[in-house]
Design a protein around this ligand. Sequence first.
Ligand SMILES: Cc1cc2nc3c(=O)[nH]c(=O)nc-3n(C[C@H](O)[C@H](O)[C@H](O)COP(=O)(O)O)c2cc1C
Length: 141
Amino acid sequence: MIQLIYASAAAEGLGQDDIGQILEASRRNNRTAGLTGVLLNLDQSFLQVLEGEAEAVHAIFTRIRRDPRHARVTPYPEIPIQKRSFGDWSMGYDALGPDAEGADSVFKLTRNALDEKLTHEESVMAKTVIDTFFKVNRVER
Ligand SMILES: Cc1cc2nc3c(=O)[nH]c(=O)nc-3n(C[C@H](O)[C@H](O)[C@H](O)COP(=O)(O)O)c2cc1C
């Protein structure tokens, strides 16, 4: 299995209805494809984790990349995994403001990816940053 993490910039004017539709399609499709993960809505950006068999992750990511509801889709290097971090969630979701507790690290990760300022070290740390964030935060499934 692999874990694929990417950052993207939400399309202008994207609203709660759009998010609801994205989550509905995600939960339906991901369950069928054996994918799990989480979507963070960070102000005007997204940070998403997708995990499952490589083929299934790549297939869905190809579709997500083309979605006009976001832009500048920037993947981190994918990581081989033995065990899922979000095994119970077809797609967890949380919306965070910059002042949310513990959110600094995920905001920074996302901002640097979108600004193409990601260091190698930060890329490698992405999984750890996200896993740590979710250990201390409860998120809707
Ligand atoms: C930020 C973002 C995250 C998304 N995540 C997923 C996802 O995890 N799974 C999924 O199937 N579609 C996801 N989508 C939606 C896809 O781009 C696409 O609209 C959807 O898979 C189409 O499904 P449908 O043909 O069943 O309606 C996402 C879209 C955006 C903008």
